[in-house]
Design a binder for this molecule. Structure first.
Ligand code: PMP
Length: 398
C-alpha cells in the first residue's frame, strides 16, 4: 500500500464549492453572492489608484529583493501599528505595542494562535456563534479547544447581547475570546459602543484575553470609527491581540498583507514578546514577502497617497451602503409584506439575509443566484446592473 492509501478525501470548502458551481453555470444573468470579495459597480475587483501609484514608484526604484526582517518591513509595521492603535495612543507612545507583518489576516491569526499556544497552552478559545468559518479551524490546528459564545439572534436579526455577556461572565480566567472588531462576518451585526463598554469591562474584570480580528477596517463607519474599539481595549490595559488585514481595504487579496499586533504592559515586556513572536514566525515561514508590505507602507506613509486611499476606501464603503439601501427599498416594492430594514443596519460586506436554506437553493436552481446556505450574501457583489434581478428573484422565493 502507498503511504497515502488510507488518506481520506477532505471535505470540500463550502464557499469555494459555490464558486465552482457558479463558474460552470451558463445562465448569462447569473450572480455570485457567495464570495467574500469587494466588487465595484462594474462587477470587477478594483485595483486601487493609490496602489497603482505606489507600485509605479517601487518599480522605478528597482530595489533588489533581499530578505525582510523576520517580523517584516519596519516601515510597514510602524505604519500599521499607528493605524491600528492610533499614533498618539498610550500603547504606541510608550512602546508597549508589538506589530509583525503577517500573511494576511489569516496569517496574523495563525501567528497569534501559535504564540498563545506556547505561552498559554491550557487556555480555551471562544469564538462567536456564528463566526468566520476559518476561526475554529485555525485555533484548533494550533492545538486549542474551541468553544462558541452566543452572538447572532435570528429573531431580532441582531446580536443576542445578553447571551454573549453572560457567556463572557462565566468563562474561566485566561480564556481567549475572539471578537470581530467591526463588520462581523458572516452576520453583519455589530455591537454598539455601549455594548463594547460592557464587553471591555467584563474581559478586564475576568482576566480574559481579547483577540480582536479586524479584517474590514474602513468598511463599517470609517477607518477611525471602526478602529475605535481596538483603541478602547488598548486603553483598558491588559494583554491584547489584534489581527488586521488589508486584503479588502487595499483590494490586495493575493498579496497577503496583514499584521499581528500585541499590546503588552511595558516596553520591556513588549521586547520579550516580540523576541518570542519572531521565533514563531521563523519556524513557520522565516520572513514575509516584500511587495504587498511595501505597497501598503508606501501608501500609508505618503500623505497624498494616504489621502487617496482614504477616499478610495470611502467609495467602497459608500457603495456597499447604497446597495443595502437599494436592496431594502426595492424589496419594499416587490415584497410589501416583508421587512428587510435590518439589512441597512448591518455593517461591512456581508448580510445575514434571513433567507432559509430552501430559499437559497431555489435562488440557485431557478435564478442562477448563488448565496451561502446560511443565508449569507455578499452585499459588495451587488451592483446597479444585477440588483433588480437579485431582488426580483428574492421576492419570488420568499
Ligand atoms: N477574519 C475575517 C473575519 C475574515 O472575514 C477574513 C477573510 N476575509 C479573514 C480574517 C482573513 O483575511 P485574509 O484574507 O487577509 O487572510
Amino acid at each position: 500500500a502507498s503511504l497515502f492509501s488510507a488518506i481520506e478525501m477532505a471535505p470540500r470548502d463550502p464557499i469555494l464549492g459555490i464558486t465552482e458551481a457558479f463558474n460552470a453555470d451558463k445562465n448569462p444573468a447569473k450572480v455570485n453572492l457567495g464570495v467574500g470579495v469587494y466588487y465595484d459597480d462594474n462587477g470587477k475587483v478594483p485595483l486601487l489608484e493609490c496602489v497603482r501609484k505606489a507600485e509605479a514608484q517601487l518599480m522605478e526604484k528597482a530595489a533588489p529583493r533581499t530578505y525582510l526582517p523576520i517580523d517584516g518591513l519596519a516601515a510597514y509595521d510602524k505604519a500599521v501599528q499607528e493605524l491600528v492603535f492610533g499614533a498618539d495612543s498610550a500603547v504606541v507612545q510608550e512602546k508597549r505595542a508589538v506589530t509583525a507583518q503577517a500573511l494576511g489576516g489569516t496569517g496574523a491569526l495563525k501567528l497569534g494562535a501559535d504564540f498563545l499556544k506556547r505561552f498559554s497552552p491550557n487556555a480555551q478559545v471562544w469564538i462567536s456563534d456564528p463566526s468566520w468559518e476559518n476561526h475554529r479551524a485555525l485555533f484548533e490546528s494550533a492545538g486549542f479547544v474551541v468553544n462558541t459564545y452566543p452572538y447572532y439572534d435570528a429573531s431580532t436579526r441582531g446580536v443576542n447581547f445578553a447571551g454573549m455577556l453572560q457567556a463572557l461572565e462565566t468563562m474561566p480566567a485566561g480564556s481567549i475570546v475572539v471578537l470581530h472588531a467591526c463588520c462581523h462576518n458572516p452576520t453583519g451585526a455589530d455591537l454598539t459602543e455601549d455594548q463594547w463598554t460592557d464587553v471591555i469591562r467584563v474581559v478586564a474584570s475576568r482576566g480574559l484575553i481579547p483577540f480582536l480580528d479586524m479584517a474590514y477596517q474602513g468598511f463599517g463607519d470609517g477607518i477611525d470609527a471602526d478602529g475605535k474599539v481596538v483603541r478602547r481595549f488598548a486603553d483598558a490595559g491588559g494583554p491584547l491581540f489584534v489581527s488586521n488585514s488589508f486584503s479588502k481595504s487595499f483590494s490586495l487579496y493575493g498579496e497577503r498583507v496583514g499584521a499581528l499586533s500585541i499590546a503588552a504592559v511595558s516596553a520591556e515586556e513588549a521586547a520579550r514578546v516580540l523576541s518570542q513572536l519572531k521565533r514563531v514566525i521563523r519556524t513557520n515561514y522565516s520572513n514575509p514577502p516584500i511587495h504587498g508590505g511595501q505597497v501598503v507602507a508606501t501608501v500609508l506613509s505618503t500623505p497624498e497617497l494616504r489621502q487617496m486611499w482614504e477616499e478610495e476606501l470611502a467609495v467602497m464603503r459608500v457603495r456597499i451602503r447604497e446597495m443595502r439601501q437599494a436592496m431594502v427599498q426595492k424589496l419594499k416594492e416587490k415584497a410589501p409584506g416583508q421587512n428587510f430594514d435590518f439589512v441597512v443596519r448591518q455593517r461591512g460586506m456581508f448580510s445575514y439575509s434571513g433567507l432559509t436554506k430552501e430559499q437559497v437553493q431555489r435562488l440557485r436552481e431557478e435564478f442562477s443566484i448563488y448565496a451561502i446556505d446560511t443565508g449569507r450574501i455578499c452585499v459588495a457583489a451587488l451592483n446597479s446592473r444585477n440588483i433588480d434581478t437579485v431582488v426580483g428573484a428574492i421576492a419570488k422565493v420568499l
